[in-house]
Design a protein around this ligand. Sequence first.
Ligand code: 5AD
Length: 350
Amino acid sequence: MNKTEILEWLKTDDTDKLQELWQQANEARRTSVGEEVHLRGLIEVSNICARDCGYCGIRVGNRDVCRYRMSADEIMESVQLAVGFGYGTVVLQAGEDYGISREWLCDIIARIKRDTPLAITLSLGEREDEELVAWHQAGADRYLLRFETSNRELYDRIHPPLPGRDSDRFLILRRLRQIGYEVGSGIMVGIPGQSFDDLANDILLFREYDIDMVGIGPYIPHPGTPLGMSQADLQCPPGEQVPGTELMTCKVVALTRILCPLINIPSTTALATINRTEGREHGLSRGANIVMPNLTPKKYRELYEIYPAKASCDENADESNARIKKQICIMGRVIGTGRGDSPNRKNKAA
Ligand code: 5AD
């Protein structure tokens, strides 16, 4: 599929025609990664963040957030829940929190590797090269870093860099691959100022960069942010602005599956948030093969508010686990066993 065809799909409203896209994506998912839906236990380790991203509720400039960092023992308790639920992976996610030091995290990674068979995914922002290397050596398997948008001008406007530093996520993504991580990235759909052309380029870049896992979620305005208060003055020419809808997000999921058949694609929490009843299923039936149930202790969950009304905030880990497994079974899909490594990466390693 070329860029013109991608753009045609992104712009069409023809629901009959879209059935073809959903079918093609679901078929690609079935033949390339199968019926298994792999579960990754998400642990939101800290909402402390040094960065001031224009869209994100836990940006440093949002003074209304009560900040927390989980202790090593609290993290290990959540990790044990993942083992008990039969998950293959834990994802340790946080803001860009330098209180998460190289050594502290190396110890936790080593503990998880010593005590459990779990794969470990890190999602901790733009960290130093030596930290990324040390964490991989300690046993971390995968790293998630969304590039959010491939439009460099838009990227720069919504990601103020730290003083004297450049923010180049593509450079870091290449380094992650060299270091030996399985590499995840992704985007938000419907960022103010994001055009259809930008979105088509994003999808093509997933393939060009040979990304192993791609997370795609709708942009959801957060009132404690410049973008959420429409203060950022980001505009596309008339008719060019991508809407942050469920439909558009599903189109991007489907097109990504067709272009990169072997990768892992989560049905994201943001998608489940904008359509609480069916968002997650729609993602899974239009290309996705991963779900990330939340294992963060309930008292911290509501403080990790990157966007408002996040799905799963009103539940505990047991409830999220049970509900998600039931949903998967009702769809006729299979709960994944094992680590659920990206077939995209496995093929390369072989
Ligand atoms: N709406 C949707 N997604 C968001 N993220 C951060 N803020 C928002 C928002 N307001 C996403 C980013 C980030 C991921 C962890 O959460 O894509 O990479």
